[in-house]
Every structure is written in structure tokens, then in C-alpha cells.
Design a protein around this ligand. Sequence first.
Ligand SMILES: Cc1cc2nc3c(=O)[nH]c(=O)nc-3n(C[C@H](O)[C@H](O)[C@H](O)COP(=O)(O)OP(=O)(O)OC[C@H]3O[C@@H](n4cnc5c(N)ncnc54)[C@H](O)[C@@H]3O)c2cc1C
Length: 480
Amino acid sequence: MSMQIATRDDGCVTLSEAILADFAQRLRGDLVRRGDASYDDTRRLWNGMIDRYPALFVRCNEVNDVVAAVRFVRDHRLRVSVRGGGHNVAGKALCDDGVVIDLGRMKQVKMADSCETVRVQAGARLGDLDEATRPFGRAVPVGVVSRTGLGGLTLHGGMGWLLRHHGLTVDSLLALEVVTAEGECLRAGVDQHADLFWALRGGGGNFGIVTAFHFRLVPVPPRVWFAAVLYPLEQAREAIRFWKAFMAEAPEELSSFCVLRGGMPGLSGGGRERQPVVAFLACYSGPPEQGEEVIRPLREWAKPVADFSGPRDYHLEVQRLFDKDYPDGRCYYWGSLFFDQLGDGLIDRIVERAESSPSALSSVNIWALGGAMNRVAVDETAFGKRDCRFMLAVEANWEGREAFAANKAWVGNFLDGLRSQSRPGVYLNFPGAAEGHENLVKGCYDTNLERLQAIKHRYDPENVWRGNFNIRPSCARREG
Ligand SMILES: Cc1cc2nc3c(=O)[nH]c(=O)nc-3n(C[C@H](O)[C@H](O)[C@H](O)COP(=O)(O)OP(=O)(O)OC[C@H]3O[C@@H](n4cnc5c(N)ncnc54)[C@H](O)[C@@H]3O)c2cc1C
């Protein structure tokens, strides 16, 4: 049966059954079309708010499938999106009426014989990587929820429990395998396509489809000291002030964020975890015998509601501690801002706004940046926000799609009210619904934008990869 598919300039083309059958026959993976029995399951994303209807999914088993899919899309000028883990909160993995190139089956993780590096296919989850690296006492610095997709997280930076000790996820990249808009396979690294290597470390999915990442591994003790100390939400203002001062002096081996939340169900503790709290969460990835002492002030600041701190298996416990808090299908709307300072007035406003959340599942996280992330110069990779001291992530998490407007308004008003004190742009891994697209991208990349546009022109002059946080090619015809 023939089918209609959207083109990248917002038109539409009808592809015959013969064309589709010929394409399917060239794949090791398979196609899922609108109307197929598995279509609804296939288009489901982690964020239950996203409801998009692509025409066709190409479920790739291997790189040749990705190449075939890219050429198919190019030949027919089709609208396309790329799906890694499908966890981007704005649902960028799917495009309405177009083709989704789905990497979710490409999850192989292979350690090098030296145990110093690892090659990971781009459909892997963070947990796949943690499982493979654990036996070697090594890790890649990734995010804090093990079920998250690695592809999108890495291409937009990647922040987690090793941030201050070992930097962003992109800072551990040695090379990437890429399929370009022309269907060509390239390897980008310091001495091959160095411009592309620079752009992919923060520039997102704008330059091609990454099929595999090569990372340098960092050493991580099998057990690390982890702080999870909960204080009553009424003490939030003083708690954040204390935490800020503490983190200013803390060793770089300590990465931390301070959380305001209606409860911490991911931590178990006989019900105490369900009361509104301000929590200090921190991971010490230096020598384990020092960790207890380093985190002690966080535990002794006042009388806690609960204290779940202790030595934990880094890969199997710390990295999975919050998995339960973010189930598939719940509704999510997350935004973010970067700050140079966290003054008293700003702290007061953050707490005030956090208290007005319409959902008890929501969470306001203040990340302490700095350390290794700061030591890389702003123009050394495309990621533009290295020199900020704090990131604020405002997460609306709720049940029931009908509450979207209230939750979106909460996040929107929260961030709008603080924007005048923040740096321009957001963290593209916590982008809201990506409204105000052009300004968003400009603010995020800042002084790196012009260079990114030139590289975009070189690798994707027709802006095939546009259904993302789009960097337009310099000198390109504006097509939409
Ligand atoms: C529960 C949860 C916890 C999180 N915690 C953290 C955290 O601790 N730290 C952090 O930094 N982020 C965190 N994030 C944000 C996360 O980094 C983003 O959601 C990210 O998009 C996830 O990657 P993905 O592969 O699932 O993205 P997808 O939704 O699949 O894709 C997102 C975008 O990236 C593009 N893309 C993805 N893979 C490729 C590829 N291989 N080649 C080209 N383009 C590609 C897509 O086209 C799309 O535009 C968290 C997200 C969730 C859901």
C-alpha cells in the first residue's frame, strides 16, 4: 500500500508500495508504518505528554541500516528525526508525519583490551555502559538516571555524579562514528574531521547521525560515599545558603545538587521520604576512606528528617537510585537556567516558587558546577556554558495529561521570573518544550554559534537535520 510522508519543506510526497518494499528489503532491521499493529507501542516515548504521529519508523539493527535510511530520506527529501533513547523531554526524537530513524536496538558496548577506552553504540542507555565498565573499576561520566538514553545526553553535554571530578560526558569523548546527511560514514576525532568532533561535543544532532561513541574511561572506586540527607522544606532557604558555601570549598571529587521536592520516593525509609523536603545529594568519587569525612557537614547541618547517606556501589546503586522516580508514561515538563551567582534574593525566589508547584512529584534541582567542567575552555568544545557556577533545573512531573497547562505555567513563570539574573540560554537536555527556538539556540551556544553554523554548512548545507534544536547552516537558503 502506498503511503504519504511529509517532506522536509513541509510538503508531502506519496511513496508507492514498490518503493517502500524495496527499502525494507535492504534493511537488517525493519519498518513500522502508521497503521501497523506495533505502531502505537513504537511511537510511545518516556514523556507521556508527547503524542506525535510519524509516518514511518526505521528500526535499525546496524550501521548499514542507518546509511540506507539516510539515503532513503535524502532521495525523497523526507522530514526526519533521530531517536536515541527517546528521553528528550520535548519529544525531539519523533517528528509528525515524517520518518524516525530509530537507533534503540544498537546498544552494543565493547571495552578495549587495554580497559582504558570503550566503544558504545548510540542506542545504549546509561545503564548499559555502567554494567560493562563496572568490572574494570572504570566509568564514563554520564547522567544520574540509568535508564536515560546515552545519545541525546552526550550530544548536548551530559552532567552527572562525576561532573566536577571528571567533567561533562563530552569531555571523555575520543571519537564518534557518524553517518552524514549524504549517507557517508565518517569518524570524527582530534585528527580526523576535527571540526566535526568539536561541533558534536555539545552541538546535538545537527551534524549527522552518530552511530557509536568512543570514550576514555575514568577510574571510579567500586564503592563511593553518597550523601542523601533530607531536611524539612521549611528550612530550605538556610539549607541552600549553607550548601552553596559548603560547595564553594568542597573538593572537586564531590559533585552535588540540592533538591526541593514534595518527597523523595526513590529513597526508601518508612514513609519519611514522602514529606516535602530540601535534600542534599552528593557523590564523592575520590578515595572511599575520605568520603565519609568530606560529606559529614552535609549530614550534620541540622536535624535531618532522614539520612540515607552511606557507602554505595557506584554503578549499581548510585546510578540507579532515582530510576524509580521517573517512570515511563508519566507527564514531564522540564526547564533550566544557568547562573554565575546564587545570591540571597535569588535563593528566596527559588524557594518561594518551588513551594507553589501544582504537583507533589515535581522537583527543583540546583546543580553545583565547576571543577573539571570549568577547566575546559568555553571554545574548546561546542558546549557553551562551562564557566557558570550553578544550573537550576525545574522539573514538573505529574500524572494526567489534563494538568499540562498548570504545570507548564509553573515552570514557565518560575524561570521567566529569574531570567534577568541568569545567563542566556538553557541546558538543552532540560529544554522545556523548546519554545522560542531561535533565541534558545542562540543563547545556548553564544560565542560558539557562528563556528557551529559554518560547520553545519560544511556537513549539512541543506539542513536535513532540522527537527532538533536547530543550528542553521551559515549562507544557507532558508527553507523553513
Ligand atoms: C529520567 C531522566 C533523567 C535525566 N537525567 C539527566 C542527567 O542527570 N544529566 C543530563 O545531562 N541529562 C539528563 N537527562 C536529560 C537527557 O540527557 C535527555 O533527555 C537526552 O535527550 C536523552 O538522550 P536520548 O538519546 O534519550 O534522546 P532522544 O530523545 O532520543 O533524542 C534527543 C535529541 O538528540 C538527537 N539524537 C539522539 N541520539 C542521536 C544520535 N545518535 N545521533 C544524532 N542525533 C541524536 C535526537 O535527534 C533529538 O534531537 C535526563 C533525562 C531523563 C528522562
